[in-house]
Ligand binder design. Structure first.
Ligand code: OXD
Ligand code: MN
Length: 577
């Protein structure tokens, strides 16, 4: 009897009509063949193999360069279960409307069956998925980003449940592009886009939107968080999971290199984008990175901003929509060295120094194996989390760092994070939006219930992490950043670790605990006391306005909002006087 997987493959093949069906085993030889075929077809360019061995460049359709949130839907049976922050389509309507786009969509193409595991092979926290796709670019990226091929198939044969993901490039038209999630069926349909966040279905679609639903059902958390370990000179390591909106320097923080002033400290990279967290027998939350690679934003990455990332992408990596130098090396704005006189831009057109257009697309990416990162942690099977950090990009209002009073207050802090939009989303850049736990585009169910789930997890885990908020992006009146950021953020992380260890000075403010004067080590930094005060400043007027904005935001959720969220807001207003 054919298995459930085989029946699904047959069903999809009969609808989409590919020339052939190919089951991926994840082997090196299979990968080499796919790369050769793409180069022959002109969809992949070989980069300078001396400087970038086994690295390639892909140029996407110029209308397909970022996640398209307005075309992303949660197709729960009841609209209320998707909540006011998600687009919703009824499952039956979605299947009819988008099913029509899959009809004959793979004609003339190969249909690839891509079995994969999110998380390490054999880990009890890992989950299995199968992506059907007609894009070989997706296959070679999935091989970097997940544990792809035979081990996943074996797990399914042994009875593992799997998330079904169906992807077709379709005709790449934004008018016929949809990214659909069926949370009750644990199924994903994506058509009309080859962009990573829309097409590598293991990442945002499974590991966040579908997994967030699974996590709620099974008492764990699936979060848009990097995971790092901070090892002190004495050899004590604390792990931190941190949520920031897209393109806020998550990858840089995950791979931070302590500056010379932080002698003896070491940072271990566990993950740069997604954390799956389970309560352990010890009452703590234990995190794994479900991914095996980094899909990072290229522009701004250099040996100065992120030496580890530069080392990671030196081999076996795929670059998407970056520029190209005359000697066939990838190039982007902010990379090391002088700007070349001439380049080929991300669309393949000649580019000259001084051009008003960018050579690399602002959301151009690298896909690179995590194992190549010099700071990669060997602890793939789980690390205990001491602290959660939420961060936003705020020019004013939020201080450099604050600690929540307790778990429920921390959930409120996470739920009310605001940030400014970036190039990772299509649409206007620089608009302030509320982005709870940096999960706004990634929560697969009603966010009011998600806040409830977070509150609940504080009772499931007996020793939950402490919760903090950071803002690296505070500016002065002239619009200049007042905190140096990058490696110097280590100083703030050290205060956080100190607090987790029961040390570190803090004073109460109406919005949480802020570092005592002098509690953050600023030795060797050129920063005056006024600026330090500004970084710790909490303006009651600003926060009253903020609380009003929070009230508007909470209002969207109506009676579904947990009353504790309203209580927290009332308590904040009371503390503000
Ligand atoms: C990402 C994103 O690609 O958050 O990680 O957009
Ligand atoms: Mn992300």
């Amino acid at each position: 009897m054919p298995s459930a997987l085989e029946r699904w493959i047959d069903e999809v093949a009969s609808v989409t009509g590919p020339n052939s069906v190919y089951w991926c085993d994840g082997s090196q030889s299979e990968n080499a063949r796919l790369l050769r075929e793409m180069m022959a077809a002109g969809t992949l360019l070989e980069l300078n193999q001396r400087q970038y061995p086994d690295c390639y460049l892909h140029r996407s359709d110029p209308s397909d360069v970022a996640r398209t949130e307005h075309l992303t839907f949660i197709c729960s049976r009841e609209q209320i279960d998707s909540g006011p922050t998600n687009n919703w389509m009824a499952p039956a309507e979605a299947k009819t409307k988008v099913g029509a786009l899959f009809k004959g969509a793979m004609r003339g193409r190969t249909m690839y069956v891509v079995p994969y595991i999110m998380g390490p092979v054999g880990s009890p926290f890992s989950k299995v998925g199968v992506e059907i796709t007609d894009s070989p670019y997706v296959v070679v990226n999935m091989r970097i980003m997940t544990r792809m091929g035979t081990p996943a198939l074996r797990a399914i044969e042994a009875g593992a449940e799997f998330v079904k993901g169906l992807h077709s490039l379709g005709d790449l038209s934004p008018d016929r592009r949809f990214v659909l999630h069926f949370p009750e069926e644990k199924m994903i349909w994506s058509v009309g886009s080859g962009y990573g966040g829309n097409a590598l279905l293991g990442k945002k679609c499974f590991a966040l939107r579908i997994a967030s639903v699974q996590a709620r059902e099974e008492n764990w958390l699936a979060e848009h968080m990097l995971i790092v370990g901070l090892e002190s000179p004495e050899g004590e390591t604390h792990y931190i999971a941190a949520a920031f909106p897209s393109a806020c320097g998550k990858t840089n923080l995950a791979m931070l290199i302590p500056p010379a002033s932080q002698k003896g400290w070491k940072v271990w990279t566990v993950g740069d984008d997604i954390a799956w967290l389970h309560p352990g027998a010890d009452g703590r939350l234990w995190a794994i990175n479900p991914e095996a690679g980094f899909f990072g934003v290229a522009p701004g990455t250099s040996t100065k901003t992120n030496r580890n990332a530069m080392a990671t992408v030196q081999a076996n990596s795929i670059f998407t929509n970056v520029g190209l130098t005359e000697d066939n090396c990838p190039w982007w704005e902010g990379i090391d060295g002088p700007v070349p006189e001439r380049l080929t831009d991300w669309r393949g057109r000649p580019w000259q120094k001084g051009s008003t257009e960018k050579a690399a697309h602002p959301n151009s990416r690298f896909t690179a194996p995590a194992i190549q990162c010099p700071s990669i942690s060997p602890k793939f099977n789980g690390v205990p989390i001491s602290a959660f950090i939420f961060g936003g990009r705020r020019a004013r209002v939020a201080p450099l760092v604050l600690e929540a009073f307790n778990w429920n207050h921390g959930v409120f802090v996470g739920a009310t994070v605001a940030s400014e939009t970036t190039a990772a989303q299509s649409g206007a850049v620089g608009v302030v939006r509320r982005d709870p736990m940096a999960m706004l585009p990634f929560c697969g169910y009603n966010m009011a219930d998600y806040f409830g789930h977070w509150l609940h997890m504080g009772t499931v885990a007996r020793r939950p992490p402490k919760i903090f908020h950071v803002n690296w992006f505070r500016q002065n009146d002239e619009g200049r950043f007042i905190w140096p950021g990058f490696g110097e953020n280590m100083r703030v992380l050290r205060w956080i670790v100190e607090r987790c260890a029961g040390r570190g000075g803090a004073v109460e403010s109406p919005i949480g605990l802020v570092p005592d004067k002098g509690a953050i080590d600023t030795q060797g930094l050129e920063i005056d006391t006024q600026t330090l005060d500004d970084l710790r400043a909490v303006s009651k007027d600003d926060w009253r306005a903020e609380a009003a904005g929070v009230g508007d935001f909470f209002g969207k959720f109506g009676s579904r909002l947990p009353s504790e969220m309203r209580n927290q807001r009332a308590a904040l207003l009371a503390r503000l006087g």
